[in-house]
Design a protein around this ligand. Structure first.
Ligand code: ATP
Ligand code: MG
Length: 323
């Protein structure tokens, strides 16, 4: 509902092979729109974490689409842990067997079948052969077996890139067109997305929100449809997930009476804000306090502030580990 412009831009970018980042707050409909992107050479991934699982899933999907996974670099057999990606793995010297015609029925992330004959070797056999391969080894194996930018990866959520998944994305970008969604991109990861076309999802306008409300409420018996629309319009503030969740909640009531609608409370659809300032500010305050204490010659305060700031940094470390 109400995303015609965004959908046509996404589809145009898919056709042209333009990397695209769909940006919008949680519940704004990013996954919903990415789900519409289907094609013969489109692979859907829920995310990149854990990295090894994502890479194996990608390899599996390619295998399912008839891409052979041959060891083009000769490194697989002697693969060491953390072996760097071999540059020659990216020159595409071994063209991938293209998917047979008639397979353009598209495939969702739900692992639906393809009609063409399965690859001779099962993926289990292939992955067994490469079971000792490191993560970078798998990535170069994949990149060595696909023609650059022939395939599109649709990645549902890249909001929380980590020290493991950010480099993975960087590598995948050397061989795949990527269409991804995120509710935010950390400044540290911005450079990864420089070549991406950004599509921003704004809240739905009132007319589209009403349409979504009517569509989602279809089939339910509503005592006061006008009240329902007005209330949901107010509470959802154009967020499609809010509409969907409000109505799911209402449908669990024995009947959607006017009284029930009036009692609605807005659900929490906002993400938890960035908590970093909450920790950084006290730490800075404590450090300042130490200088004050030293200036005043107050040894006790100096020690206490020192211990407290160490404790605060430990908290910060624990709280933000892996983010
Ligand atoms: N334009 C739309 N028309 C109809 N339904 C929509 C639309 N956008 C979103 N929805 C519905 O709203 C709900 C939330 O959307 P979705 O999961 O795509 O949000 P999201 O942006 O991916 O959120 P998150 O950041 O949490 O992943 C889903 O049930 C989806 O089907
Ligand atoms: Mg989503």
């Amino acid at each position: 509902v109400g995303r015609d412009l965004e959908v046509s831009r996404l589809r145009a970018n898919l056709a042209k092979g333009v990397d695209t980042l769909l940006v919008g707050p949680p519940g704004s409909g990013k996954s919903h729109l990415l789900g519409l992107l289907v094609g013969a050479k489109v692979i859907h991934l829920a995310g990149l974490a854990p990295a090894r699982l994502a890479v194996l899933q990608l390899a599996h999907e390619l295998h399912r689409h008839g891409v052979g996974l041959a060891d083009t670099t000769g490194t697989a057999a002697v693969e060491l842990p953390n072996h760097p990606v071999h540059p020659s793995a990216m020159d595409g010297s071994v063209p991938a067997p293209s998917a047979p015609p008639g397979s353009d029925t598209g495939s969702g992330a739900d692992g639906d079948r393809l009609t063409d004959e399965p690859a001779a070797e099962s993926f289990a056999t292939v992955s067994k052969r490469f079971r000792r391969l490191s993560l970078p080894g798998w990535v170069s194996l994949i990149l060595g077996n696909v023609t650059a930018y022939e395939w599109t990866l649709v990645i549902d959520d890249v909001s929380n890139l980590t020290a493991a998944t950010a480099p993975l994305l960087r590598q995948l970008l050397t061989g795949f067109v990527v269409m991804a969604a995120a509710h935010r991109i950390r400044p540290a990861h911005e450079p990864l997305f420089w070549r991406f076309d950004r599509v921003q999802l704004h809240p739905l306008g009132p007319e589209d929100t009403r349409r979504l409300i009517r569509q989602t409420a279809a089939g339910a018996t509503v005592e006061d449809a006008h009240l329902l629309e007005t209330r949901l319009l107010q509470h959802s503030r154009g967020n499609p997930r809010a509409v969907v969740e409000f109505l799911a909640r209402l449908r669990r009531e024995p009947a959607i009476t006017a009284a029930v609608v009036r009692d609605l409370n807005p659900p929490a659809v906002e993400p938890p804000g960035d908590l970093t300032p909450l920790v950084v500010v006290p730490v800075l305050a404590l450090i300042a306090l130490r200088f004050v204490a030293r200036g005043l010659g107050d040894l006790e305060l100096y020690v206490v502030a020192g211990v407290a700031s160490a404790a605060a940094m430990l908290v910060r470390f624990l709280a933000f580990r892996g983010r």
